[in-house]
Design a protein around this ligand. Structure first.
Ligand SMILES: [Zn+2]
Length: 155
């Protein structure tokens, strides 16, 4: 990132440094906030993916506040639609997510977190929420449960 790769353009290195610094969280240009929390009533889907293996771990939602805290703290913070408040992943379970990189999609309305997952991403005790595979008319559990949910959440 420290390397300026646009030296052959007419912009000065200083300008390109500023532009790069402004990519997140504010704007690439004046017309396109990134991510664009003006969409979807301020709640954008956020996919968490294992930074090392590429495994898709879960899908949750972020508002601007949770996104800012995620950036600031380096730990995944979502917005819980059911509880209607910030959800600091792992506060109850200890199964935190350390954020290695943040991406936004082409429309700036879907977020991708590449994370280092501690324990199970899923509240059902599986590493990934996608532990069930649809096979024709059947749904088959295709992953090992890492922890019993009752042991983690004390229910
Ligand atoms: Zn889950």
């Amino acid at each position: 990132m420290a390397h300026i790769t646009m030296l052959n353009l007419t912009v000065t290195p200083n300008v390109s440094v500023v532009r790069r610094a402004k990519l997140l969280p504010s704007r690439v240009n004046d017309s396109m906030p990134i991510p664009d929390f003006s969409k979807n009533d301020g709640l954008l889907p956020a996919i968490a993916q294992d930074a090392a293996t590429g495994e898709v771990l879960m899908l949750a939602y972020m508002n601007a506040e949770s996104f800012a805290e995620t950036q600031r703290s380096g730990r995944a913070v979502y917005y819980s639609r059911s509880r209607q408040k910030l959800w600091r992943k792992g506060d109850d379970s200890g199964h935190t997510q350390h954020v290695k990189a943040i991406y936004v999609d082409c429309d700036a309305d879907t977020i991708l977190l590449k994370v280092e997952q501690v324990g199970a991403a899923c509240h059902e005790g599986y590493r990934s929420c996608f532990f069930r595979q649809v096979q024709g008319s059947d749904v088959v559990v295709t992953a090992e449960r890492l922890v019993e949910p009752g042991d983690v959440y004390g229910k």
